[in-house]
Design a protein around this ligand. Structure first.
Ligand SMILES: O=c1ccn([C@@H]2O[C@H](COP(=O)(O)O)[C@@H](O)[C@H]2O)c(=O)[nH]1
Length: 274
């Protein structure tokens, strides 16, 4: 059954991903106000009353800010692993009124005809995860907020039709930027965020034939630019012999690099399309 998704918002001002097939609709993270999430959903002609679950990647505010209000307003169950739940219970207002579901890291959960699998990422949160969504023979994977892509992650992510992958910063922009040194050190660490170069290097190991599109996600507004991320990643990939396909081209050869935005959703992506 066909999967489609829209990255509703991506970056440290708030993250949310909408994914659905004909029967099931899920949100991953709700890191913006509930009002803003309502607006973003409306712009994709959806609303909160038909969301079957909210999956949480980790407890940082840009991933959970709107969860409490949104989940309670529409009575949507929230899924996270045990250690993330411990943090959510501490951080979220009125968390006792949220429908609490445990999604253990590494397990698969069936949501009707959609199966979701979580996997460990490398970030300075209690138990951060990424997710893979299976519907029929289609797979979408999401890996943001990770300072490092392990071989285990690479093997999972390589087996995806479409990948949403963090490309947070340009290393030189970050080094020259105004963040305090301890913040820069954190971002650059294995428990921080992937740079454009690191994302491309990891991608080189993952482009083994299946991945057709990669969404460059969680870009810093201070230390990155969409064009710079695209150029840096394209250069590295092309140097290694990979072809970069044209966005929007139905018969794109090679991998297509796609944009995400802080403040507006991406167009629907039907995984079935070439
Ligand atoms: O003063 C700050 C600014 C940012 N952070 C954290 O750094 C990373 C990257 O942020 P970008 O906005 O993508 O540049 C993110 O995790 C922020 O939360 C910070 O800790 N302190």
């Amino acid at each position: 059954m066909g999967l489609r998704f829209s990255v509703l918002a991506s970056g440290s001002t708030g993250n949310a991903l909408l994914i659905e097939n004909r029967e099931v609709r899920l949100l991953v993270d709700a890191g913006l106000s509930a009002k803003k999430i309502d607006q973003l959903l409306a712009s994709r002609e959806r609303d909160g009353s038909r969301i079957d679950g909210i999956l949480v990647t980790h407890e940082h505010s840009d991933h959970i800010k709107g969860i409490s209000v949104f989940a309670r307003k529409y009575q949507i169950p929230v899924y996270a692993n045990e250690r993330t739940w411990q943090e959510l219970e501490r951080l979220l207002p009125k968390s006792e009124f949220i429908e609490r579901r445990v999604f253990r890291t590494g397990e698969r959960l069936d949501f009707g005809s959609m199966t979701v699998e979580s996997f460990e990422t490398s970030h300075d949160a209690a138990e951060p995860v990424g997710y893979r969504f299976h519907s029929g023979d289609q797979i979408l994977s999401l890996a943001t907020d990770t300072g490092y892509v392990s071989d285990k992650m690479k093997a999972l992510l390589a087996d995806s039709d479409v990948l949403i992958l963090e490309a947070n910063h340009d290393v030189e922009m970050l080094r020259a930027g105004s963040y305090p040194w301890n913040v820069k050190r954190r971002i650059l660490s294995d428990n921080g965020h992937l740079s454009n170069d690191a994302a491309a290097e990891a991608l080189c190991d993952m482009l083994t034939g299946r991945i057709r599109r990669v969404y460059m996600a969680h870009l810093s507004r201070h230390h990155n630019l969409l064009d710079l991320a695209r150029l840096t990643m394209s250069n590295i990939l092309q140097e290694r012999g990979f072809q970069i396909g044209a966005a929007g081209s139905m018969n794109a050869k090679g991998v297509v690099l796609m944009d995400t935005y802080h403040d507006r959703p991406t167009e629907w992506d039907d995984l079935l399309l070439a």
